[in-house]
Design a protein around this ligand. Structure first.
Ligand SMILES: [Fe+2]
Length: 304
C-alpha cells in the first residue's frame, strides 16, 4: 500500500476507479476537476473552518428557494462567469450568438399569435418588437418556434411577483411563411438578481453589484436547425458594461420612440411607444441533431 501524503493524494483520488473505462468523458471531467480543486486547496492553504464555510455555502445555495424555486445553483454559475464562459467556448461565430437561459425560464408558456400582446403592465412603456428568423444565407425560416420571456417594466418576472398574472410576459410564437415574428410588449427594466440568499451575500462581501442590464430572453427552434437560446439587450441601459452575469455581448437593440399623434393613432396607443427590430439567424443542424436522419431513413424504406 502506498502511503497517502500531500504529494500522492491527488493521484490516489484520480486512480480510485476504473480509469474511465465505463464513462470516459465523465472521467476526463472528473480528473481535471479533482486536479484543479486540489491545486486550489494547496494554493490558498485552505483551513478546516474555511472548508466548512464552503460546504455550508454550497448547501445553502441549493436550498435557498425563497426567490428562485429551484435554488441558486444555476444563478451562482452565472454570477461566477462560468455559464457565459461555456457559451463563449462553443460559439463558432456563425448565426446569432447564444446567451444564458438564466434560472427563470418556464416550460409551456402560452401559445400566441403574431402581433399579440405578451403581458399586462399598465405602467409600462409599450414596445413593438418584430423581425425575422433567417438561415445563414439570409433565407427565411418559416414555422420556427420562438419562446419569449422577460421581466415587466419594474424588472420583475411573473414567478417572482404575485401581482402579475401567471404567464405574464411569456409566450410562444411561430414565424410565418416569410420567417416573420412580431409581438407587443413593454420595455423591460434591468433588475437586481435575487440577492436574499447566499449568492447575494457573496456578492456583497466582494463589493460586487447585483444588476443585470435590461434584456428579453428567447429560445428558438426549427426543424433541421440548431436550437438557440439567447437574450437581446436594450441600448442605453446603465449596466451594459457591468452586467453581473457577464452576458452582454453584441445583441443590443436601439429603441425608436414614437410620440407623434398620427403614430399613436396608427398603433392605437394613448401614450408614446417604442419600436425595434431584431433578426435571428439559425445554423443548420448536423444530421445527427435533427429528425432528418430518421426522415431520410423512413423515406428510403418507403421507396423500396
Ligand atoms: Fe432575465
Amino acid at each position: 500500500m502506498k502511503p497517502i501524503t500531500i504529494d500522492t493524494i491527488t493521484q490516489a483520488v484520480i486512480d480510485h476507479g476504473d480509469g474511465g473505462k465505463t464513462h470516459p468523458r465523465l472521467y476526463e471531467i472528473y480528473t481535471s476537476l479533482v486536479s484543479h480543486l486540489h491545486a486550489f486547496v494547496r494554493e490558498v492553504k485552505l483551513t478546516e473552518s474555511e472548508l466548512q464555510q464552503g460546504r455550508d455555502f454550497l448547501n445553502q445555495v441549493s436550498h435557498h428557494i425563497e426567490e428562485i424555486p429551484t435554488g441558486e445553483m444555476h444563478m451562482l454559475t452565472d454570477l461566477l462567469g462560468i455559464s457565459e464562459l461555456v457559451e463563449l467556448l462553443h460559439d463558432d461565430q456563425r448565426g446569432t450568438e447564444g446567451n444564458l437561459e438564466g434560472p427563470l425560464y418556464v416550460l409551456n408558456a402560452s401559445e400566441r399569435q403574431i402581433g399579440d400582446r405578451l403581458g399586462v403592465d399598465p405602467e409600462g412603456d409599450t414596445l413593438f418588437l418584430s423581425g425575422r428568423v433567417l438561415e445563414l444565407n439570409g433565407e427565411p425560416i418559416a414555422h420556427a418556434l420562438i419562446d419569449v420571456w422577460q421581466p415587466n417594466s419594474k424588472g420583475l418576472y411573473d414567478i417572482q411577483d404575485p401581482s402579475q398574472p401567471p404567464g405574464n410576459f411569456r409566450g410562444r410564437f411561430t414565424t410565418d411563411a416569410s420567417g416573420k415574428y412580431a409581438f407587443e410588449t413593454v420595455v423591460p427594466m434591468g433588475y437586481n438578481v435575487p440577492a436574499s440568499g447566499p449568492s447575494g451575500e457573496l456578492l456583497r462581501l466582494l463589493g460586487r453589484h447585483t444588476w443585470r442590464a435590461a434584456h428579453i430572453h428567447f429560445k428558438l427552434s426549427a426543424l433541421e436547425y440548431t436550437s438557440l437560446t439567447t437574450q437581446i439587450y436594450i441600448a442605453g441601459d446603465p449596466h451594459l458594461d457591468s452586467d453581473t452575469t457577464f452576458a452582454v455581448r453584441s445583441a443590443i437593440v436601439e429603441l425608436q420612440k414614437h410620440e407623434a399623434p398620427e403614430k399613436l393613432q396608427a398603433r392605437n396607443q394613448s401614450k408614446p411607444f417604442y419600436t425595434t427590430e431584431f433578426d435571428f439567424v439559425l445554423k443548420s443542424a448536423t444530421l445527427a441533431e435533427t429528425h432528418k436522419v430518421t426522415a431520410d431513413y423512413v423515406y428510403a424504406g418507403d421507396s423500396k
